[in-house]
Design a protein around this ligand. Structure first.
Ligand code: NAI
Length: 454
């Protein structure tokens, strides 16, 4: 599962050779370690003429995180991040000054630096010039992300009209995108739909006191989600099939959580999860639907068992479980009643499609639709449902892809490498946290800005 190419182009003689030959040289990404600063250097905050007040709010927030904040670009300075506050733009002309000022700083952006835009969503009710300015930020951000090098990323926060840039989810998303927790999230625009949610008392333990269930937890992305939620303070129930019992016990023990052997397609899966979780931990706040399988075949060669098993595990089990949990929520105290979170694993295949994966993409597209429709059912208790759509992640699932296809798949994104399970786990942890309460029914891609898909 190691990416030998990534190592070779970053070490010794082979590094020099790759440079000479003009080969793609993906940069090793910076990943979060406790105690890291929020951004890897001074943060430059720029804004359009009508966004001064919002930029002030952003700058004050950053200062509160002990960051060195600058309000004007100085050509000799090297920035860790550039934040473009474009919430007030009402005409594409308004973008010129801040964007061109940022342009001059990009060559000096620190390794694994960040560009983050804050803007408003374009809607059909907008005046044409307003919609053009707002939608223009979308195109700008996606293109800029493709130009950044050295492990730097660009992402945008699109804050709904009527919601302040100081809303917990706008602030939470800003911190997530600036930090190394979002190492493999690139070229994405995340919508903030409401001012719901709350800033955590302790940014290092936003999930303190929360109980989370993670399915498919014995290995791969699921095991990393367990570790990351536990790092952030949660108590975790790790669920996987009996055949994976040994790995499951190891994962659960490593975070002093509990293990539950269970096939999620069993009709009583939700009931057993509830019994176990309430008996051991007294409450259930976060459900992460991570268990998933692939059975790839061209549709022309698809046998019913391949289609049915993928749909059964990847979407039907989640639907059945959510329905049972939502029903239990009405009658059983402690079940998803305090700002609950459901986070499901989708896939970029479910957005862009992938040859040989009609079954998988149907299930993952299904997840994206399901979270959108489930989120409103949780809104009364301050809850949300969202999805994370990974691109190419280095796991046992992708290790089974033929070698040449795997090499190509790794390079087909702006960061020119595969992500790691922890990159997906960090996005799940963000969506599970109290500060993400205003992100509702969304799908966040963790794909290094994969070339395919939206
Ligand atoms: P994996 O195959 O390494 O691990 C999946 C885990 O789910 C295994 O431990 C397996 O035993 C468990 N599982 C499968 N069926 C189950 C069932 N019926 N009941 C309970 N547990 C079950 O997979 P990986 O790569 O860690 O993927 C995790 C999730 O991320 C999946 O939903 C997958 O579709 C999704 N994903 C992965 C990508 C990647 O590049 N690896 C890309 C996009 C999405």
């Amino acid at each position: 599962m190691t990416d030998t190419y990534l190592t070779l182009v970053n070490t010794g003689v082979t590094k020099a050779l790759a440079k000479k030959l003009g080969l793609p040289r993906p940069a090793p990404l910076r990943r979060y370690r406790a105690g890291d600063p929020v951004a890897p250097g001074p943060v430059l905050v720029l804004h359009d003429a009508a966004s001064t007040a919002d930029a002030d709010v952003v700058a004050e927030t950053l200062v509160g995180w002990d960051l060195d904040v600058r309000r004007h670009a100085a050509s000799a300075d090297r920035y860790g991040a550039v934040v473009l506050v474009l919430t007030g733009a009402t005409h594409p002309d308004d973008l010129s000054a801040p964007v061109l000022e940022a342009a001059g700083t990009l060559r000096g952006l620190a390794p694994a630096g960040r560009v983050v835009t804050l803007s408003r969503p374009a809607s059909d009710g907008d005046a044409p010039a307003v919609a053009a300015a707002r939608q223009g930020v979308d195109g700008l951000l996606r293109s800029l992300a493709k130009e950044l090098r050295g492990g730097a990323t660009g992402n945008g926060i699109v804050v709904a009209d009527g919601v302040g840039v100081d809303a917990p989810s706008a602030i939470g998303a800003l911190r997530f995108f600036l930090s190394s927790r979002s190492a493999f999230v690139d070229g994405q625009l995340l919508g903030v739909d409401s001012a719901a949610g709350a800033l955590p008392g302790d940014w290092d333990a936003p999930l303190a006191g929360r109980v989370a269930v993670v399915t498919g937890a014995a290995r791969g992305i699921g095991a990393s989600i367990v570790a990351t939620l536990a790092r952030d303070g949660a108590t975790v129930v790790a669920v996987d099939v009996p055949a994976a019992g040994e790995g499951l016990a190891r994962v659960a023990n490593s975070v002093r959580g509990s293990a539950l052997q269970l096939d999620i397609t069993a009709p009583d899966a939700a009931e057993r999860i509830l019994e176990h979780t309430l008996a051991r931990h007294g409450r259930l706040d976060v459900v992460v639907h991570n268990a998933g399988i692939t059975r790839d075949k061209l549709l022309a060669n698809m046998k019913p068992d391949r289609w049915d098993s993928v749909l059964a595990v990847n979407i039907a089990a989640q639907l059945r479980m959510n329905e049972a949990l939502l029903a239990a929520r009405e009658v059983r105290p402690g079940v998803l009643d305090d700002a609950p979170r459901i986070v499901s694993l989708a896939s970029t295949s479910g957005i862009a499609g992938n040859r040989g994966q009609t079954n998988y993409a149907a299930s993952k597209g299904g997840v994206i639709g399901m979270v959108r429709a489930t989120a409103p059912l949780l809104a009364d208790g301050g809850g949300t449902a969202n999805a994370v759509a990974p691109g190419f992640i280095e796991t046992e699932m992708t290790a089974r892809i033929p070698a040449v296809t795997r090499q190509v798949a790794r390079r087909l994104n702006s960061l020119q490498q595969g992500g790691l399970p922890v990159d997906v786990a960090e996005a799940v942890a963000f969506l599970a946290a109290p500060q993400a309460g205003g992100v509702v029914g969304r799908t966040l891609r963790v794909c290094g800005q994969n070339m395919v898909g939206a």
